[in-house]
Design a protein around this ligand. Structure first.
Ligand code: ADP
Length: 251
């Protein structure tokens, strides 16, 4: 009897790569938090003024947020894996103001990139989960700047296409090799190069993004050329599809 264990081997390999990346991703913010707290604690002479202290507290605060985000992403991955569908809380959303809000938050994180919004026509309100849409956009924009180490433009373009709103995030960064363009949407998949290692990440962002888009009844894909840049495009229905059960509103 022959048993094909290549799939098991594959899962084992992925698990150990995952433990290594996640440990690294958890350790980085912790090292920062620990470092700044130790510095503050050891400053018994009042060497640091209020402004410096405020800056340290701000960094500690941001690093705590980063840890919380990573842990919540991991919990979501595990929920999806155990077969639980993502719950979508539909409310009316104005895509234009959501995009502008998200882009201006991202702008405050970078001075190396030029972030632009291109919305050539008036977009209708859509029924969607605002929090999830914001997460999708934030994630794609965050990747766009993270994987453009030399700066450049990041453009968010939104248009209506029939019953869908199509949103594209275009960067001028390192690009994704063709053979990885489908893989990067799978969990724990990263492109392993010096640039991506330096950028850091656990390889779960796009996996969650894809699930959030699909839970809305939309699709996502990427077009990219190594060294030139990438465009991640997703579409979201203007109205959620009504299910056979007649739900539609909060399926
Ligand atoms: P992470 O960034 O945490 O590794 P993601 O799931 O968000 O995880 O992305 C998976 C991989 O896809 C990244 O590791 C990177 O190799 C590649 N990638 C994602 N976005 C971009 C982009 N805008 N440009 C180039 N590569 C990207």
């Amino acid at each position: 009897i022959f048993n094909d264990i290549s799939e098991i081997r594959n899962v084992e390999r992925m698990k150990s790569a995952f433990v290594a990346t996640v440990s690294h991703e958890l350790r980085t913010p912790l090292t920062g938090i620990k470092g700044f707290i130790s510095t503050l604690l050891s400053d018994t002479e009042g060497f640091f003024d209020d402004e410096a202290r405020h800056e340290f507290y701000t960094i500690i605060d941001q690093e705590c947020d980063r840890l919380t985000r990573l842990i919540s992403d991991l919990l979501n991955v595990s929920a999806i894996e155990s077969g639980r569908a993502l719950e979508i809380n539909y409310t009316p959303v104005d895509p234009t103001s959501l995009i502008e809000k998200t882009v201006s938050v991202q702008r405050s994180y970078t001075d190396k990139h030029e972030l632009r919004v291109e919305i050539p026509e008036r977009l209708p309100r859509i029924m969607a989960d605002e929090e999830k849409l914001e997460k999708i956009l934030t994630n794609l924009m965050n990747n766009a700047t993270k994987y453009s180490p030399h700066g450049g433009e990041v453009v968010v373009r939104a248009v209506r296409e029939g019953d869908f709103i199509k949103i594209a995030v275009r960067d001028q960064g390192i690009g994704v090799p063709e053979d990885k363009q489908t893989k990067i949407f799978e969990r724990f998949e990263r492109v392993d190069t010096r640039d991506t290692r330096e950028a850091g990440g656990a390889g779960i962002g796009l996996f969650l993004v894809k699930h959030m888009v699909e839970a809305h009844g939309g699709t996502i894909g990427v077009e990219s050329e190594v060294g030139k840049g990438s465009t991640f495009t997703f579409s979201i229905p203007v109205e959620p599809k009504r299910t056979a059960a007649g739900g539609g509103g909060s399926a």
